[in-house]
Design a protein around this ligand. Sequence first.
Ligand code: IPM
Ligand code: MG
Length: 352
Amino acid sequence: MNFNIALLPGDGTGPEVVAQAVKAVDAVCKKFGHTVSYTKGLVGACAIDATGDPFPEETFQTCLKSDAVLFGAVGDPRYDNNPTAKVRPETGLLAMRKKLGLFANLRPMETYKSLVDKSPLKPELVDGAEFLCIRELTGGMYFGEKGRRDNGNTAYDTNIYSRHEIERILKLAFEYAQRRRKHLTVVDKANVLESSRLWREVAQEMAPKYPDVQTDYMFVDNAAMQIVRFPKFFDVLVTENTFGDILTDEASVIAGSMGLLASASIGEHTSLFEPIHGSYPQAAGKNIANPLATILSAAMMFEYAFGLMEEGKAIRRAVNQSIEEAYVTEDLAAGGRSYSTSEVGDWVAAHI
Ligand code: IPM
Ligand code: MG
């Protein structure tokens, strides 16, 4: 096959980690006889610097024309402590999600036997834990009406969801649960929020259509507790945009490093693949960031966007091997030697 991939390295360590994923993609394509071409695009702070727009039209067109988008991260400390900034790197990410219709964000939480001691949780809680967080990505408070009144002294964000938005994400969640261990946990705050009550109403209407799936309902505060108290409880967890943002950061520490978790965003147009760790600006340019999450995002790209499971597996196998043989960046090195971002990227590509 021939693939056109949009490369959006973004800010901070984004370019360094995306470069390693490209090595893995090239290696897999060579191994399986595919051809691949890349088109680069700007997003985030680098796009603001170059064009004034965090998600320029040109980048959008590049994404639309591609078979998949491989994305690094956006964010820049210049904006973080400036609440009055009119344009922000994150606005570019949100615009990209909205314009590409990426309503579902899949964030698998995976653990690695050789890393259970890196986790802040007890090894027996971590070993064997594995679940999929499905976060709604284009609705809720992120996109609801927001503003100020009272001379700027009162601020509001609206947590708004339509039945259609809830149904399509829940449908996906039920289907993923059917293909996995058939256990779905719908996370909301239906004891307080009207939007959550609609989520629960819709979920309860849909559940009988999936009799093979055991569906349960959990309030988000309780879910935050259960994720660290007994992560093995979860198989598929589905929730709204804001809750999903928070719970997936929480879930990411179970594995031992945020630098391991990949994600896929899928929806109406081209799907997008990215590490969940963000731009990590303190490490930018130092060649120390863990590239494995981005490399694993490339594996998800083969599996989810192209339906090529063997290619995905070849990448995962090499990543597992690098972890087992401790050929890893400093965040994962257990007292032993650590390797640079590009060394790990080369090693993984060579082992594919
Ligand atoms: C994420 C990030 C983004 C979000 C930020 C960078 C806007 O935290 O992808 O989880 O809040 O969705
Ligand atoms: Mg987040």
